[in-house]
Design a protein around this ligand. Structure first.
Ligand code: ANZ
Ligand code: ZN
Length: 857
């Protein structure tokens, strides 16, 4: 029997809105729950069925929490500044504001059809001056605390988007948006000192117990902290060491214990110091040619381990190793990056694989020219007990691993590797015992590092140091569609903040919002906006014309949902205290290192200045897998495989879409759309509808009652742990059982329970049936049903575990445990593992209800 989704769904959405069912208010004494989606960019293409997957899941979750008696905050808004919105507007020749407004309307219309619990009175939009007033306010506080500064360093410039970009905006050296090769361009820019927070951002990751491990790992790597030392080398003219001046140059190393093994020295091609030595360098033309070549390479090409290393020796210059006075040849090579460490390195080919490769390649050339080769000097010997294959560099050696592995196996091979390493015939990057290193000899690596640092510090030749991969956040864009940076430049007073009372500093209207490409934003052309007076001295001054990047508003928006219309403060303190932190945050994994690092940074800053009371913004984090098209490709206009949720809602109903998207597979996995699956979801709902027509007073069979209680327990627990697919499947199993055992009839009391646990997934249909049972209040005013633990308990049995037919262990298992699960559990038991040790498992046999037998060799 089919239900009419069109009339039912429309009716309930109107009623919920009229009754203000989802209006959220602070209620003293009621437990709060804040569940949030990463808010969307309203792009011009509208939503496809992949977008709502996360929104549906948080909605199911929010409804569970409502039914459990929580005061739930589940808001929605728009992240509408930034390049995508602006590029869309440029392409369609409309003003970005107009385009944005229209896109929001489309998005909102699409979302509204899906029956979400959003309180639209809390809707926010990052491009609304009442919102970005506070984005600007945060910037000003950072400026006052010395965390926002102007810099003139070369930055990433995208010739396609015609703007500077942050490191986070690149993907393999290309613009993440348009794919253009990134250039390094020196220009004035605003930078946020996120590196001041690097340690806290890193160390506090361990507090985030309910975050995906993978995302935490990505953040750790992005911050990339390395402990080591800075060491002073001296560069001087090799011909006339007595008279030439020597120049100090520092290197950063994570292995100060290998200082005695440094056999050459490298400077990055961009290092300005090379120019200072122009007169001393005998082969200047060659060096200059190399530097020009290096400029054309992308960062990825330069750092790729698989690419052959290149470089040129600086004839006439040597570097003096501070620990033993040895003179080392100096090279310029592009595997050394200017913006990491100090832009120069001490090279230890015996223990660093990049240096090893470089020396290997360079020596072939030097040999052919009859010049002195780079030495390889082993200074760390491996310890046999800890020796690990992975610490031996496999390529560029006299002994190639591939050849050997065909001849030798096992221990012999390891022993041979060990001996190669000892002789310095292969690169060894592991830790061990210092050798050939004077006062470090005999020490283990950790101790040797320590001792070398002490020696350097005592002699004023270096010190302990930390380095981060994370760079300060380049925060200005030379584009129109962003928050104006609230700074005024005065000839006398320098950069002066716009007074807080003048916020918001509104984005002015311009005739041309196309990027200028000159490194200035289109705002620079509006002279009557640019020219202003200095707030400090009253003299002539000019406004900053750069705008903020699209990541600004999203760095704090979740706080504004708590108190969206406050014009006195970013957020009211009491309200913040009640609702913060976000209990559960759901969104795409692509935000792991950008949005989520930026937001944690801003939040910690707001914590430090007393705006928020908790130092991490998001308690639990879950990432959502992508929905691919039925053909297995990404949904895209380009492939013509986009499915619009509007069409699905029209044909099958919103509840079917909701149930299907939750059922289609584990939430964090990417998965292809299937129309068959959708039809299945609709059939399931039709069955429930017909069930409701057969509600009676006859009591249900014991088996059904017990299964109902199990299902109540399972659905609640599964939603809580975001196993939404198995929650739906449990509901399906229950409904099937009712048809099988009771011909689709069910008692009134149990039908009500079934409807409540179904309602988070299919809210419209559940409300409709609920009402047809004579209920007057909304089903969402009910409580989540309790289950009887006795009835919900799985019947358990004892399974015997045998090894080669002999009983070795026993375990409790549910009576209907699946074969795979039984085998897995048996093999994971400590006792059994002890019996098996490293013996080969031939097969595992399962006899349901009785035993698992493991056959080993
Ligand atoms: C000598 C040495 C010996 C190194 C050794 C390693 C092993 P992470 O861990 O990524 O921080 N390095 C330093 N600055 C560099 C730059 N600007 N471009 C390229 N490489 C640079 O890496 C730190 C190590 O990377 C440093 O430690 C340095 O090489 C290299 F057995 O110094 B090491
Ligand atoms: Zn001034």
């Amino acid at each position: 029997m089919q239900y009419n989704h069109k009339t039912i769904e429309k009716k309930w959405r109107a009623k919920w809105a009229k009754d203000n069912l989802y209006k959220t208010a602070q209620e003293k004494g009621k437990k709060k729950y804040y569940v949030l989606d990463m808010f969307p960019y309203p792009s011009g293409e509208g939503l496809h069925v992949g977008h709502p997957r996360g929104y549906i899941a948080t909605d199911v979750f929010a409804r569970l929490k409502m039914l459990q008696g929580y005061n739930v905050l589940h808001p929605m808004g728009w992240d509408a500044f930034g390049l995508p919105a602006e590029n869309y507007a440029l392409k369609n020749k409309t003003h970005p504001r107009k385009a944005t407004r229209k896109n929001i309307e489309i998005f909102k219309g699409q979302l509204e059809k899906l029956g979400f619990t959003y309180d639209w009175e809390r809707e926010i939009n990052t491009t609304d001056p009442e919102f970005y007033k506070w984005t600007q306010w945060v910037f000003l506080q950072m400026f006052k605390c010395g965390l926002a500064y102007e810099s003139f360093e070369p930055i990433n410039w995208c010739p396609g988007c015609q703007t500077g970009l942050a490191n986070e905006d690149l993907e393999g050296g290309k613009c993440e948006r348009c794919g253009s090769e990134i250039e390094q361009k020196p220009m004035r820019q605003w930078v946020l000192k996120i590196t001041d927070y690097a340690d806290r951002l890193l160390d506090d990751i361990d507090k985030l117990k309910d975050w995906d491990e993978s995302i935490k790992e990505m953040q750790k790597n992005w911050i990339g902290r390395s402990f080591g030392a800075k060491i002073k080398f001296f560069l001087r003219n090799s011909r006339d060491s007595a008279t030439s001046n020597s120049q100090e140059l520092e290197v950063f190393t994570t292995r100060p214990d290998t200082l005695f093994g440094a056999t050459y020295f490298v400077v990055a091609p961009e290092n300005p110091l090379i120019g200072d030595w122009k007169l001393e360098i005998g082969n200047w033309n060659e060096v200059e040619g190399y530097i020009d070549q290096a400029k054309k390479k992308t960062e990825l090409e330069r750092t790729d381990l698989a690419k052959e290393k290149t470089g040129v020796k600086l004839d006439g210059v040597v570097a003096v190793n501070p620990v033993n006075g040895e003179e080392l040849p100096v090279f310029v090579a592009d595997y050394v990056m200017m913006h990491y460490g100090t832009g120069a390195i001490m090279a230890v080919p015996a223990h660093d694989e990049r240096d090893w490769e470089f020396a290997w390649i360079m020596n072939q050339e030097l040999r052919s020219k009859n010049k002195e080769e780079i030495k390889v000097k082993p200074v760390v010997e491996p310890i046999w007990e800890d020796f690990n294959f992975a610490d031996v560099h496999p390529v560029y050696g006299r002994h190639n691993l591939k050849e050997e592995s065909s001849k030798d196996t096992g221990d012999r091979m390891i022993e041979e590797e060990f001996n190669f390493v000892k002789k310095g015939e292969k690169c060894f990057t592991g830790e061990g015992i210092s050798v050939n290193s004077d006062f470090l000899n005999g020490l283990e690596t950790q101790e040797a590092k320590q001792k070398m640092i002490e020696w350097l510090e005592r002699n004023g030749l270096g010190k302990k140091d930390v380095n981060y991969k994370l760079k300060d956040w380049v925060f200005s864009r030379q584009r129109y569609w962003g928050e104006p940076i609230p700074i005024i430049h005065c000839g006398k007073c320098g950069a002066v903040p716009v007074p807080e009372k003048d916020l918001p500093l509104e984005l002015p209207e311009v005739d041309h919002y196309q990027p200028t490409g000159t490194g200035e934003s289109p705002l620079a052309g509006i002279t009557d906006w640019v020219n202003t007076n200095c707030p400090k001295c009253g003299g002539d001054a000019k406004r900053e014309t750069n705008t903020m990047p699209q990541w600004a508003g999203s760095s704090w928006y979740y706080l504004r949902f708590i108190d969206p219309r406050n014009d006195q403060a970013l957020v009211d303190k009491d309200k913040e205290k009640y609702w913060s932190p976000v209990d559960f945050y759901v969104g795409g994994a692509e935000h792991a290192t950008r949005h989520l690092i930026y937001a944690r940074f801003w939040h910690k800053f707001l914590y430090d200045i007393g705006v928020v009371n908790y130092d991490e913004p998001f308690k639990r984090l879950q990432h959502v897998g992508i929905i691919l098209a039925e053909d297995g490709r990404k949904m895209s206009k380009r492939w013509g495989n986009v499915i619009n949720p509007d069409d699905i809602v029209e044909q099958y109903g919103a509840d079917s879409l909701r149930v299907y998207e939750m059922f289609m597979g584990p939430f964090s996995q990417s998965i292809a759309w299937s129309t068959n699956g959708l039809v299945g979801a609709r059939k399931f709902l039709d069955r429930i509808y017909s069930l409701s027509e057969a509600v009676g007073s006859e009591p249900d069979k014991e088996e059904i009652v017990s299964l109902l209680h199990k299902t109540i327990k399972k659905v609640g627990e599964d939603i809580e742990s975001f196993k939404l697919n198995t929650a739906v499947s449990a509901l399906m199993i229950l409904v099937n059982k009712i048809f099988e055992q009771q011909e689709g009839k069910i008692s009134r009391g149990n039908c009500k329970k079934l409807l409540i646990i179904l309602s988070p997934f299919a809210p419209h249909l559940s409300e409709e049936i609920w009402e047809s049972l004579g209920e007057e209040k909304s089903i969402f005013k009910e409580s989540w049903p309790e289950f009887d633990p006795e009835l919900a308990r799985d019947k358990t049995i004892e399974l015997v575990i045998q090894i080669n037919g002999k009983v070795r262990d026993k375990m409790e298992a549910s009576a209907d445990i699946a074969e795979e699960e039984a085998k897995k559990q048996a093999l994971e038991r400590e006792k059994i593992k002890e019996w098996i040790k490293d013996k080969e498992i031939v097969k595992v046999i399962f006899v349901p209800g009785r035993l698992v037998n493991i056959v080993i060799k």
